[in-house]
Design a protein around this ligand. Structure first.
Ligand SMILES: Nc1ncnc2c1ncn2[C@@H]1O[C@H](COP(=O)(O)OP(=O)(O)O)[C@@H](O)[C@H]1O
Ligand SMILES: [Mg+2]
Length: 266
């Protein structure tokens, strides 16, 4: 939950300062620096296997970079070690500020839609069952699946499951919503509907969104800030209109679906 006393309002939501991460001799992130302002919708584009999900995992402290700082509302997540009790507390407090929409949706199959959305409320808050009920209903209504409360995930279409996952991601009023390829596996119309949902939630709830995508149409539709990762480097990052205007070769290749260009096909 937002704690307005903890940091001044102009502290960026996220700052990466020269972040590098390798697995063995495979350098996945190579000196990535960027700033994401509060309340923005930042879309990070990049080819598959380029470290987009690794970047998200570094943000919530699920992975530690080898070098660099990862500031979330001014606090360096990369300096916290889950194995130390004092750090663990801080880390969990920071994670609590994130809502996460995972790449595969990842609903609990043996729980109803209601229980899936209630899960983070029961885990992280002291809300009464009555209050949880009201909040779950509100979340499901916001994403347009209010009628599905008592259904199980297996009874839902892919688009509906994604909406429920979204309701769960925003269940406890996160400050930052991380979406890892929200439109993967969805048809174009369903993806467009999801983009509209992101814009609607952003407008009504005012959260910061960080969206990983390789869907350029999605980036054009929702982003106010765009970045692109390729070959371990952040090749471009900035206000959407500026990034679109600069015609960076890697971005150009991505947008035109060209097989020849700076992005190496492996
Ligand atoms: N825990 C891990 N151990 C070893 N290699 C990993 C690990 N996580 C990711 N990688 C590697 O890092 C690279 C980037 O992965 P990822 O961030 O998932 O790519 P994407 O941009 O498609 O999300 C891939 O080559 C992947 O195999
Ligand atoms: Mg990924």
């Amino acid at each position: 939950m937002a704690d307005p006393t903890s940091t001044p309002d102009d502290t960026p939501a996220v700052v990466l300062d020269n972040v590098s991460k390798s697995f063995g001799d495979h350098t996945v992130l190579d000196g990535v620096s960027l700033t994401i302002q509060r309340g923005s919708i930042a879309v990070m584009l990049g080819p598959s296997g380029t470290g987009k999900s690794v970047l998200l995992r570094c943000l919530v402290g699920l992975l530690q970079p080898d070098r660099g700082r990862v500031l979330v509302f001014g606090e360096d997540v990369a300096a916290l070690d889950e194995k130390r009790a004092a750090d663990r507390k801080r880390l969990f407090a920071i994670r609590r500020r994130f809502g996460m929409l995972f790449q595969d949706g990842a609903l609990f199959d043996d729980m109803t839609v209601f229980d899936n959305v209630a899960f983070p409320m029961r885990l992280h808050t002291q809300l009464s069952e009555q209050a949880i009920h009201e909040k779950v209903s509100d979340r499901l209504a916001r994403v347009g699946v209010a009628h599905a409360e008592q259904k199980f995930p297996s009874e839902l279409s892919g688009g509906m499951r994604k909406r429920v996952a979204f309701a769960r991601a925003i269940a406890i009023d996160p400050d930052i919503v991380l979406c890892d390829e929200p439109s993967s596996g969805l048809d174009p119309v369903m993806s467009a509907t999801l983009d509209e949902l992101i814009l609607e939630l952003h407008r009504t709830l005012g959260m910061t969104f960080i969206i990983i995508s390789h869907d350029t149409a999605e980036a054009r539709k929702v982003a106010d800030t765009i970045g692109m990762l390729a070959n371990g480097k952040l090749v471009t990052f900035g206000p959407a209109e500026q990034v679109f205007a600069e015609n960076h070769p890697a971005l150009e290749q991505f947008f035109t679906r060209a097989t020849v260009g700076p992005i190496k096909v492996v």
